[in-house]
Unconditional design. Sequence first.
Length: 118
Amino acid sequence: QVQLVESGGGLVQAGGSLRLSCAASGRIFSDYHMGWFRQAPGKEREFVASISRSGHSTYYADSVKGRFTISRDNAKNTVYLQMNSLKPEDTATYYCAARLESSWFDYWGQGTQVTVSS
């Protein structure tokens, strides 16, 4: 089983940037596809971005495409989410998640809060 710990959230003005990090431990990090999700108050959790085990393939929600970049460093057991041109609607708790091949995201971090002020 893999354990995930997010960091890097905070308060930023609209148009600003933040970089989230998610440190993994417990299992071989490169065995896992990684993803970022977010949940705003009163809304369902939604997919933000994901990255393949090797880092060669990435996927994004339309709402963040061109503004957010997901990356990973398998040597450091860490996945990142670089968020640029932030908007107030990006305000949410951001969660890191991991999945093995042929499964859904079964492993989740505790979340980190991102607040974008207008």
